[in-house]
Design a protein around this ligand. Structure first.
Ligand code: FPP
Length: 250
C-alpha cells in the first residue's frame, strides 16, 4: 500500500501553500503550561513542515506568524513572540541554506522591534540567491492593512497623473499588494479546527482551496500536510466554470 506522500501527484502540486498556524495557546493550556510554551513548540512544527514542503517541491509557503491584531495580546506574550522570532530566524539560517530556502516577509516591518528587523534583514540577504522554496513570513500583517496601502499608492498615482483610473484592473491591485512578487496560493490550510480567515490574504485567496485541520499547530505533522495536499489534488477547481469545460481543457 502506497504511503500518503507517495500518492501525491508531483505534477499537480500547488505552487503556493498558505498556512494559518493556529492553536499554540490551547496546546500549551492543555498541558498546563504557559502559552509561550505552545509557541516554542510551534517553531518545531514550522521547521518540520517547511522541510517537508521543500522536499515535496512546493515553491512558496506563506505562514501567518503575527497578525496586525496580535499586537493587542498581553505585552509579555508579544515580547516573547518577538524574541522567539529573532532567536529562531538566527538559529535556523544554516538550515535554510542547507535546504536551499529563501526567506521573505510580508507585513508592516516598521512596527517590529529593531532587533527583529536586523535579524530578518540579515537572513533575507543571506538566503536571497536560494532557488528552492520561498518561505514568506507574514509579520505584523493583515490583508486589510495591505489593501489600504495598495489603495493609497494607486490613488497617489492617479492624482499625479501616472495612472488613468479607467485602466485600474485586477493586475493593478495585484501589483500594489505586498504579495506582488508571488503567485496566489492555490491552497490555504488552517489548523486548530477554527474555520475562518482572520484577515489573511483576502484578495489572494479569491480562488484558493480551503483546508481546515482539527490538529493544533504544535501537533500538525508532515503527514497532515500530505493529507491536505492530497485532498487538494482530488478537488475540482472550476474558477466559476462548469465541470465539462474543465474536463475539455484537461
Ligand atoms: C496562533 O496560535 C499562533 C500565533 C499567533 C503565532 C505563531 C508563531 C509561531 C508558530 C512561532 C514563531 C514563528 C516563526 C515562523 C519562527 P494562538 O496563540 O492563537 O493559539 P490559540 O488560538 O490556541 O490561543
Amino acid at each position: 500500500m502506497k504511503s500518503l506522500k507517495e500518492q501525491i501527484d508531483p505534477k499537480k502540486l500547488p505552487a503556493h501553500v498558505a498556512i494559518i498556524m493556529d492553536g499554540n495557546g490551547r496546546w500549551a493550556k492543555g498541558k498546563g503550561k504557559f502559552r509561550i510554551f505552545g509557541h516554542q513548540n510551534g517553531v518545531n512544527t514550522v521547521r518540520k513542515i517547511t522541510e517537508a514542503g521543500a522536499e515535496l517541491g512546493i515553491k512558496y509557503f506563506t505562514l501567518y506568524a503575527f497578525s496586525t491584531e496580535n499586537w493587542s495580546r498581553p505585552q509579555f506574550e508579544v515580547k516573547a513572540l518577538m524574541e522567539l522570532l529573532v532567536d529562531t530566524i538566527g538559529k535556523e539560517t544554516p538550515t535554510l541554506m542547507k535546504n536551499n530556502i529563501r526567506l521573505q516577509t510580508i507585513g508592516n516591518r516598521e512596527d517590529l522591534p529593531a532587533k527583529c528587523n536586523r535579524q530578518l534583514d540579515e537572513t533575507i540577504e543571506t538566503t536571497k540567491n536560494n532557488t528552492g522554496l520561498t518561505l514568506i513570513l507574514a509579520l505584523s500583517y493583515s490583508a486589510k492593512w495591505d489593501m489600504i496601502n495598495a489603495v493609497k499608492a494607486i490613488s497617489e498615482k492617479v492624482k499625479s497623473g501616472i495612472l488613468d483610473s479607467n485602466s485600474i484592473s485586477d493586475l493593478t491591485i495585484n501589483e500594489h499588494l505586498s504579495t506582488a512578487a508571488y503567485p496566489h496560493p492555490e491552497l490555504l490550510i488552517r489548523t486548530s479546527g477554527e474555520q475562518r480567515i482572520s484577515n489573511f490574504l483576502l484578495w489572494e485567496i479569491a480562488y484558493s482551496e480551503l483546508y481546515f485541520s482539527p490538529k493544533l499547530w504544535p501537533d500538525f505533522t508532515p503527514e497532515d500536510l500530505y493529507a491536505a495536499i492530497y485532498d487538494y489534488q482530488n478537488r475540482e477547481r472550476r474558477f466559476g466554470k462548469i465541470s465539462e469545460q474543465i474536463a475539455e481543457k484537461a
